[in-house]
Design a protein. Sequence first.
Lengths: 590, 94
Amino acid sequence: MKLRKQLKTKIMQQSKLQNGASFTLTILQQFGVTDIFGYPGGAIMPMYDAIYQSEIKHYLCRHEQGAAFAAVGYARASSKVGVCVATSGPGATNLITGLADALADSIPVIAITGQVPTRAMGTDGFQEVDIISLSLACTKHSFQVKHVDDLHDCLSKAFEIATSGRPGPVLIDIPKDVQVAAVQPLSELTTVCAKQPTVAPKHALSKDLSNSIRQAADLIVSANRPVFYIGGGVGMSQSELALQQLMLVCDFPNVATLKGLGAVDYNNQNYLGMLGMHGTNAANLAVQNSDLLIVIGARFDDRATGKLNQFAPNAKVVHMDIDPAEINKRRRADVAVLADLKQSLPALVEQIKSTKNLANANDLDSWREECQKLRNQIHAYNENTSKGIFAPQLLNQLSQQLHQQTRPDFHVTTDVGQHQMWAAQHMQFTRPEQFISSSGLGTMGFGIPASIGAQISRPETVNLSVTGDGSFMMNIQELATIKRYQIPVKILLIDNSRLGLVRQWQQLFFEQRYSETDLSDNPDFVALAEAFDIKAEMINSKQQVEAALERMLSHQGPYLLQVKIDENENVWPLVPPDTANDEMMISVNQ
Amino acid sequence: MQNHTLEVTADNQPTALERLLQVTRYRGFLVTDLSVATSNHEQHLEIKMSVNQPSVDPLLDQNGIQRLYNQLNKLFDIKHVNLIENKLAKRQAC
């Protein structure tokens, strides 16, 4: 009893001073953080005690992985940094997948983990794990704060690192004793706080940017079969307008990567769709036959290039990116423009305008015509062979209904699998942040928590999560988060009772040995959603589609629309593994 | 298999060396020699590291050391990377 009283007195004394935990929240606020996602536990309790009275709104997710994905979705829907919090040991390890996802897609996320007290570190303490070591492969950087005096410096650097250059996740591990240690009042620190840069830029962006821009312009104006290859970097650097300017000056055919979708308005007359494994015939053929690829904020991902040594075999490459390590990583660049696209794209436009040596108009015209013919055939093979609901048509219809909505904007998140590819192929986007999908890491379970984060980040928008029955079950516990905060996310569950994309590969490349991909014993998803107070319905015929989509989109709160589809439906076209992108399959028999 | 030597200056942080080795391994290189000393009043680590690259893919092997150099140069703890031209390769070229 006496001990408890002493402890209470100690806690009260400490609470009068700002401790490491509350100081951390104060710094987060200084960096503009208003919302964080997390899950409490032993070694992070002082932080949660500070959260109890903080102005920062904390959202309790039901698994740390959900919190990490919510932070990713939050960041991707806006230009803000996503923040997630977890305890030591299992709490911290549960964040890892979300951080790896953020690293693969270059998303600015700050993860704060509790750690056992410094005196217990290295002793295999309860819920102790070497999270710094685990973080090495899945963060841009990580810090372990061993003294409270280092908190401000580490947090400031963390924000700078997460958001500068090519963005990425940063982890900050804070031992429990550092969280409770007293710090000097903030007023004494305010002069050194705020947003002054704390990380000196290590690399000059480009030794001679104007020289490389000139070389790029020379290649561009003399190309006969040029293609713009648009990646996620355009949206992340908020360079869509600069890209539009470039496309006004050079109305070349253009293609997008999965992460680049929306960077070019789908209405653009030269837009040929997504390239790569499930890209359009038009995009892949244009790229394969081009003589110049102008690659803007992209990294030649293997899903985009297909067999690398047969990728765009006759094309020279102008590679524009902010990350020096992406230049010549998978494809040699004839000209590398190493800079922030916000800087390099306008400079390139000006350079092209001032170049007298104009391209051969006749050759360019016949190239445009060739690409236009391909463009007109984009949806030709998407005939409805299914008796039931045809997912590509469903998503196309959904997309049209979303665009007709009076609400200002929408975000679509996806999980990973067939539904993701159908959404990428058949939904139309006009802005990059409209399509939020785990692209680099391909993480099932991403969509629902990412959608929660996106909705909290941009409350005024319609948030739609397109998912599959495999992925949906991977973070199903986040329905409780939706319920708790009444987040009006619309979930479109495309249900084929299969792990569809794996089943498709088993059908095509593993002699129809359907190993562990039959999910026909799934739970009753409607009943499951209703158990979380989420309005839900199931449809299985084409006649029900339009009205059901309308009911979902017009519903004020969260909604689940389960759409049963044929288990044998496949994603077409498909470039088989280790094959050139112009050898696309468009049916099982081909 | 080609040998290369890198001289690296890093912040004297507990994770700097671990991070350097993790990236080196992940990017496909084996460490064959390593020496570490502190400098600048123990603020920095001076690391000299010899590596070689087992062949994986002829297309990707080309320029592999440059890719490792680029990836190491990105690390926050690492202040400077100097790629020393391989003396043996140079002699053979002569």
